[in-house]
Design a protein around this ligand. Structure first.
Ligand code: SF4
Length: 352
């Protein structure tokens, strides 16, 4: 049987586990330090931890359950990692270089059941949820890459926007957030973390009640129900009225603005009337609209990228109507940059 990843334990759970196995308080801090500050990849390298403790950890846990399968590096510094999980499944993790630091986009599920019509990942149905350890390990592997490069660079930001719907793997995703935020470990500030959801309203309420202080982004992509249902079938079950109420609750509870993601699809949702309708939908909510020029993928030939003038006109219309917005800068355009592209390409190659 595969051992579980040690990275899946929050600090409190590691402490109780060690106590249950006869190791006193204080041991957890040592182990935690070796994992997240000194970042060893073998329990035997935890030289000041006693041998009994090392042995019991080795018996029950693994440090590395992910294997690097492929790594593509873009001219702008974006790196796309493809990892093989212990069951042979493949997942993607992307590192983006920004002026403000290194940001990692993590995957939370193998495949996805939400089925957004523009998404390369949505074509591959969900096989399973990732464990919290497998999500944390993506961050650790990217950090280890930078440790090896040797310039002392640290992963400073996380976006939970890779393959999968994070709120459909809620408990593991929340444990992951707790682990990476832990001030004794990786210490990634909650304001440097963004979780993106297709809009599972019930989970937005639950998430708001946890008061984790991380940023929440909603994949909106359309200003009305008819169009949103065409683009994202999840809208049939959770229409905009329900979603907007959940958003209002999150903003009120967290006292933070919300980010609304809007992929611009040529002649589908990128016209002036759509921008005006979007501005009306948002009204005076504390929201930031992130306009994303579509990255065409072979699998979805019905969608094209909007013309640059159309993107700018959309932006201008929102601005003129008092909406806080920006146009997302693209990363890694010379590699398989769109979400899920590298993984689906590898799977297709494997099948042919
Ligand atoms: S965009 Fe996200 S939620 Fe939608 S199908 Fe793709 S991975 Fe799933």
């Amino acid at each position: 049987m595969n051992k579980q990843s040690i990275y899946g334990l929050t600090f409190d759970r590691l402490s109780s586990w060690l106590l249950e196995h006869g190791h006193k308080k204080g041991r957890a801090q040592q182990v935690w330090d070796w994992l997240y500050r000194r970042r060893v990849t073998d329990f035997s390298d935890m030289v000041d931890v006693n041998e009994d403790c090392i042995n019991v950890l080795k018996e029950h846990f693994a440090i590395q359950t992910l294997q690097e399968h492929t790594k593509q590096e873009s001219a702008d510094g974006t790196i796309k990692f493809l990892f093989t999980l212990s069951d042979g499944n493949l997942i993607e993790t992307v590192l983006m270089r920004h002026k403000y630091g290194l940001s990692v986009c993590v995957t939370t599920q193998v495949g996805c059941n939400i089925g957004c019509s523009f998404c390369a990942s949505g074509l591959l149905k969900k096989d399973r949820d990732l464990s919290s350890g497998e999500i944390v390990e993506q961050i650790m592997n990217v950090q280890l890459h930078f440790d090896q490069v040797g310039k002392g660079e640290r992963v400073s930001h996380i976006v939970v926007m890779g393959i999968g719907e994070p709120f459909d793997n809620f408990d593991n995703m929340v444990d992951f957030l707790e682990i990476v935020k832990d001030q004794k470990g990786l210490e990634i500030g909650p304001r440097h973390i963004t979780v993106s959801t297709s809009g599972l309203a019930d989970k937005i309420y639950e998430f708001a009640d946890l008061k984790l202080q991380v940023n929440l982004a909603i994949s909106l992509h359309a200003p009305n129900n008819e169009l949103r249902t065409r683009i994202m079938k999840i809208n049939r079950a959770i229409p905009l009225e329900k979603l907007m109420s959940a958003i209002d609750y999150y903003v009120e509870k967290s006292n933070r603005r919300i980010t609304l993601e809007y992929i611009l699809l040529r002649d589908v949702n990128d016209q002036k009337e759509h921008a005006l309708e979007l501005a009306q939908l948002i009204g005076d909510r504390r929201a930031y609209v992130n306009l994303i020029p579509y990255n065409p993928v072979d699998e979805h030939s019905q969608y094209q990228r909007s013309e640059e003038e159309t993107v700018l006109a959309f932006y201008d219309t929102l601005k003129k109507n008092g909406i806080n917005c920006g146009i997302r800068i693209e990363h890694g355009t010379d590699i398989d940059a769109a979400c899920g592209q590298l993984r689906s390409k590898q799977i297709k190659e494997g099948q042919s």
